[in-house]
Ligand binder design. Structure first.
Ligand SMILES: [Zn+2]
Ligand SMILES: [Zn+2]
Length: 283
């Protein structure tokens, strides 16, 4: 039973349109801000060596933050499992204490952040994954404007009748449920089965192994499409928020985004490539 003087009840998290895992990422970014100017760090030196103007350092930073989010959430789940093994799964106070202990002994956080981290960790692991039956049809019809019938990642037409085919519609958690994303409408998008299979529980572009993405072929070469596989494309689309880098039109409206290099003489690696709609594609 809720009392009037309870200012914040984590069981209410389910009622608020935020993803606790995303909130955790925000808290960690505030606690450990990005410092592109840190010239003495190895990342700063690499960034300058690669003439990346901070972009390389930023991706190393973003993926380190995601690494921390994952470790904390997985660690909290591990703690919960131990509580269960001890037969104390119903004792919320005990679980909170154990998670607090885990945080204190595994990460060095600024003092005033620990409690916030504990709150959002608990909220992240308490989220229920809801059944998405009927949700795709609901989202298709209730999209504001005209019905959404395309994948938000690759822009291809979705099949609302088949299952497990390349183009079968699936309800995708924008922020992965496993890492504190809610199974609610604000965190859903329609994606095709093929894209959903590749995206898995990736949080953002920094999660897609940007460091792998180097292609030695050119667009007109036969091997280009083999080398530029879907997970590479997805990383590049994610880097541009699944929208044209110039006009910001989303792939769900303008179709598959084209990958173009910043300069025609650039090689095809992650930091040289952006995604554009047909109208703004330069190659
Ligand atoms: Zn797709
Ligand atoms: Zn455009």
């Amino acid at each position: 039973m809720k009392t009037a003087n309870q200012s914040f009840d984590i069981s209410d998290m389910d009622m608020i349109s935020i993803n606790p895992g995303q909130k955790l990422q925000e808290i960690l970014k505030e606690a450990f801000p990005f410092d592109a100017g840190e010239s003495q760090s190895f990342v700063g030196r690499f960034d300058r060596a690669l003439k990346a103007e901070g972009e390389f350092a930023l991706y190393v930073y973003e993926s380190s933050i995601n690494h921390m989010v994952r470790r904390l959430i997985t660690g909290a789940k591990f703690v919960r499992r131990q509580c269960k093994n001890e037969g104390r799964e119903a004792d919320e106070g005990y679980l909170v204490n154990q998670i607090r202990k885990f945080v204190n002994s595994n990460v060095v956080l600024p003092k005033n952040r620990t409690e916030l981290v504990v709150i959002f960790l608990l909220a992240s692991i308490n989220l229920k994954r809801r059944e998405t039956k009927g949700v795709a049809e609901h989202l298709r019809r209730n999209s504001g404007g005209r019905p959404i019938e395309t994948c938000y990642i690759c822009g291809k037409s979705l099949d609302f009748h088949s299952k497990d085919q390349h183009d079968s519609v699936e309800v995708e958690h924008i922020w992965p449920n496993t890492f504190g994303g809610q199974s609610r409408e604000f965190n859903y998008k329609l994606a095709c089965h093929a894209c959903n299979q590749v995206k898995k529980d990736a949080i953002d572009a920094a999660d897609f192994h940007y460091e792998h993405i180097c292609v030695d072929a050119n667009k007109e070469d036969n091997s280009f499409n083999n080398q530029m596989k879907r997970e590479f494309k997805m990383a590049l689309w994610a880097k541009c928020q699944y929208s044209c880098n110039k006009c910001k039109a989303p792939a769900s409206e303008v179709g598959e985004l084209c990958l173009c290099r910043k300069e025609p003489t650039d090689s095809w690696h992650f930091f040289n490539i952006d995604a554009y709609c047909q109208r703004h594609a330069t190659e």
